[in-house]
Design a protein around this ligand. Structure first.
Ligand code: UD1
Length: 419
């Protein structure tokens, strides 16, 4: 198994661009099922989760090609199999995103039930109940969801809780439903807006994405589209914290800072000096000035749970005490044990992590447990004294493109060790 070796202590400095957003790209790839016309994506990130979605689409009969500009062209015109197998779904819960599109366009889907996962139970009941309300018949058989419908019929659906992929799945299903669908209590994440923009570029009629209520007027079919995946706000936030914990200064280019106010506001409170332009963010952290900042995760526009582990490291190096509260997932403090092995002083009680800042961390062999937990261990390694070896980095490759190259470019001493 590959590992990352980090020698901490280097101050990060420089200018980088972020890759396309994984969480924007995954639902868009699933949405290609909605049309028999080819779709071209620019700026698709090279990540394990994207490869998994390719494998799912490919196993159904999708044709995926890479052109000379490194754009991916996907055609689902000849889809012949409407199943997402357990071997693929178990590696990526977002596989459930193909459910809505398959039922909407082909009237049937067989998707392995995603199991438990490291950061919580993460059920898909909101997805299934909403699809039933659109007229689908749902059965759970042998660990698989089987959904069928001759034609989905638009209706008014109020989600019992806020779910990002739930909102996306049902938005995709409703695009080809007969009549109007109104979705209430939906996720307002920028990636939901991105998906609506992409679907509208193919001829869908969606309004309200980014607010609490989305209206979709069903259409008979969708056309082709060429779409650029926007930059990843979580990747950007992770690099900003990498600079902050090393008292460095970086500029992130081609990023929409308006999507990151929830993260930038907390970084400013932590003592970081931040400037933004229309498409860039710069951060510098003056020496020895990290203040502790309480964090409470929430659906957008709240502080993202996907930045919780990384911000925990920043707080761990602060000159005070902070409480980090995780409200979205029930088991998302798996990084804490490993961080404490590197000298952090963090106590978890229920959904709260109580953090006392320390002066320095020490390198150690540590184990990644999930995607963002891995990121937090790398951040800790960057500022720790001596050598940190992060094991099980397949987690990081699910969501960060060429992380060691980007961090090396910024001045970090980091290398991938073969397995
Ligand atoms: C998405 C993101 C993930 C992020 C999360 C929260 C993608 C591919 N992944 O995951 O990176 O951490 O949003 O911002 O975009 N829930 C239910 N029933 C359901 C669905 C969800 O109870 O049917 C609960 C979950 O257990 C969780 C909460 O709702 O406690 C939010 O989960 P959700 O927004 O669905 O997360 P994902 O869409 O899986």
């Amino acid at each position: 198994m590959e590992k990352l070796k980090i020698i901490g202590g280097n101050r990060l400095s420089g200018i980088i661009s972020c890759s396309g957003a994984k969480n924007a790209a995954l639902p868009m790839l699933a949405a290609t099922i909605l049309t028999d016309k080819p779709v071209t994506f620019k700026n698709l990130p090279y990540l394990q989760d994207i490869t998994t979605m390719f494998e799912i689409l490919g196993s159904m009969g999708a044709d995926i090609t890479l052109n000379e500009n490194m754009d991916f062209r996907i055609s689902t015109a000849n889809l012949h199999d409407f199943e997402a197998r357990y071997e693929l779904v178990k590696t990526m819960r977002a596989s459930i995103l193909v459910l809505g599109s398959l039922v909407a366009r082909h009237g049937f889907a067989r998707i392995a039930l995603p199991g438990g996962c490291a950061i919580g139970t993460r059920p898909v009941d909101f997805h299934l109940s909403a699809l039933e309300q659109l007229g689908a018949k749902i059965e759970l058989k042998n660990g698989y969801i089987e959904a069928s419908a001759k034609k989905l019929i638009g209706c008014e659906i109020s989600f019992p809780g806020i779910s990002v992929t739930g909102t996306e799945n049902i938005m995709m299903a409703a695009v080809l439903a007969k009549g109007q669908t109104i979705l209430r209590n939906v996720a307002k994440e920028p990636e939901v807006e991105d998906l609506a923009k992409f679907l509208n570029s193919m001829g869908a009629q969606i309004s309200g994405a980014g607010t609490d209520e989305i209206t979709i007027n069903g259409v008979d079919d969708l056309t082709e589209s060429i779409f650029t995946i926007p930059a990843d706000r979580i990747e950007a936030g992770t690099y900003l914290i990498a600079a902050a914990v090393t008292y460095g200064d970086i500029v992130i280019q081609d990023i929409n800072a308006n999507r990151m106010n929830n993260i930038l506001d907390k970084l400013k409170l932590s003592g970081a000096l931040i400037e933004t332009t229309e498409n860039s963010i710069s951060l510098s952290m003056p020496h020895n000035s990290i203040h502790s900042v309480d964090i409470s995760t929430a659906p957008f526009p709240g502080f993202p749970t996907d930045m919780q582990a990384q911000f925990t490291v920043l707080n761990a190096l602060s000159n005070g005490s902070a409480v980090v509260t995780e409200n979205v997932f029930e088991n998302r403090f798996m990084h804490v044990q490993e961080l404490n092995r590197m000298g952090c002083d963090i106590t978890v009680k229920g959904s709260n992590a109580f953090i006392k800042g320390v002066n320095h961390l020490t390198g150690a062999p540590v184990m990644a447990t999930d995607l963002r937990a891995s990121a937090s261990l790398i951040l800790a390694g960057l500022c720790a004294d001596g050598e940190t070896i992060v094991d099980r980095i397949y987690h990081i490759d699910r969501g960060y493109e060429r992380i060691e190259e980007k961090l090396s470019y910024l001045g970090a001493d980091i290398a991938r060790l073969p397995g």
